[in-house]
Design a protein around this ligand. Structure first.
Ligand code: ARG
Length: 256
């Protein structure tokens, strides 16, 4: 354990400053870091139907990182649009949620290095014949998850007159139910996640058009929490170096 050095040498007058507790306290002992996520985003984070537990690539990843970093973590489910505010207010310590690194977010929280590359793409029902590209959304209603890059894209298209209506949902599972039931015409969502919903609803959903420009996922901590971010980043490096990362890719993406 750390030993606090009381009174620095150097022959000068050592003025006592504070108690020295900051240095003497064993860092982090017993602290449990709260990891916020929004678990309708398979295979990155979803609720295991049998156990009710939150599982997925991101969850295994952050647990492996935490283990290497020597910290304890606990997973907490919340609304996607509540994740960044929760980091800012200190209600949670870490976000991992298939969250795309972008300028707006990076201005208010600190991201680790990118760990995944994804794309937004349009999805429609399998029998849809009239939406073949983004140009076909002009008179259509598009469903998106609140606060996501898919929502930003849809709003941007709407502002350009390229989408008629944007319907915003709290969770992704409901968006695909709405699509299948015919309550919306299309969905703009992250490609790997839409593929997971396609697999869950065989023959019901298909991708259409071209993927939009690439996005990168990163985990985040509160702005300025350098100490925690450095621990996590070192953990990620180890998880990559020792093959754990590739094992998780194989487990959740079948070796993609
Ligand atoms: N990548 C997108 C974004 O950052 C969607 C993330 C949604 N994640 C989730 N766990 N529901 O906006």
């Amino acid at each position: 354990l750390t030993v606090a050095l009381v009174g620095c040498g150097g022959g000068g007058t050592a003025t006592p400053q504070g108690s020295g507790d900051e240095e003497a306290a064993p860092a982090d002992s017993g602290k449990v870091y709260i990891v916020g996520t929004e678990p309708t985003f398979p295979p990155f984070e979803y609720v295991d139907e049998n156990t009710g537990e939150i599982v997925g690539f991101d969850i295994d990843l952050i647990k492996a990182i935490a283990e290497r970093a020597g910290i304890q973590v606990e997973i907490k489910s919340m609304g996607f649009d509540g994740l960044i505010p929760a980091l800012q207010s200190g209600n949670i310590d870490i976000v991992i949620a298939g969250m795309t690194v972008n300028e707006e977010r990076a201005a208010v929280v600190d991201f680790g290095p990118s760990y995944w590359e994804a794309y937004l793409q349009i999805a429609v029902t399998a029998d849809n014949e009239d939406i073949k590209s983004v140009e076909d959304l002009k008179d259509k209603t598009v469903g998106v998850q609140i606060g996501t890059t898919g929502a930003f894209k849809a709003e941007e298209l709407k502002a350009q007159g390229l989408v008629k209506e944007v319907k915003t949902y709290n969770t992704v599972d409901v968006i695909f139910m709405e699509l299948i039931q015919g309550n919306i015409d299309a969905v703009i969502n992250d490609l790997p996640v839409t593929e997971a919903y396609m697999a869950r609803n065989p023959g019901k959903i298909k991708l259409t058009g071209e993927p939009f420009e690439g996005e990168e996922y990163g985990y985040a901590v509160a702005k300025g929490n350098k100490e925690l971010l450095e621990k996590l980043n070192a953990g990620l490096e180890q998880v990559r170096a020792d093959g754990t990362f590739d094992e998780l890719v194989l487990k959740y993406f079948g070796g993609e």
